[in-house]
Design a protein. Structure first.
Length: 128
């Protein structure tokens, strides 16, 4: 009975360790994307390798925040979105960074809806 209990304990520990191990997502190093992004738990590290269009930037923002961004077609002509150097911040602060970057392009972002129906509306600054 002792041997069976020990084997069961070892199996339980192996399962618990596997469940606790969360692999870090692979960093984005595709040159075509225009940015290098590393997500490590709650830590975000970002560097642009070129200027991004607003839609490209919003796709990046959605990848980090899991928020849904909606915008009118003419927003695609705003920008470009520029980041000189790199930024490192907690994931919880990334939406503020997104809002700041959009402001530099003459845009504003406003959260709409609640719960699983929440989204972020992007439009020219000053429009409501």
């Amino acid at each position: 009975m002792h041997r069976a209990t020990r084997s069961l304990f070892v199996a339980f520990v192996a399962i618990a360790v596997a469940a606790c191990a969360t692999p870090s997502p692979a960093p984005n190093t595709d040159p075509a994307s225009g940015y290098d992004l590393k997500l490590d738990g709650d830590d975000v590290a970002l560097r642009f390798t070129r200027d991004l269009t607003v839609p490209e930037f919003l796709q990046l923002a959605q990848q980090v925040t899991s928020s849904i961004y909606v915008y009118p077609r003419d927003i695609a002509n705003a920008g470009p979105v520029r980041l000189t150097g790199s930024i490192r911040c907690p994931r919880s602060e990334f939406p503020t960074f997104v809002g700041t970057m959009l402001t530099t392009c003459g845009l504003q972002a406003e959260s709409k809806g609640t719960g699983d129906r929440q989204y972020v509306e992007v439009q020219p600054a000053g429009k409501s």
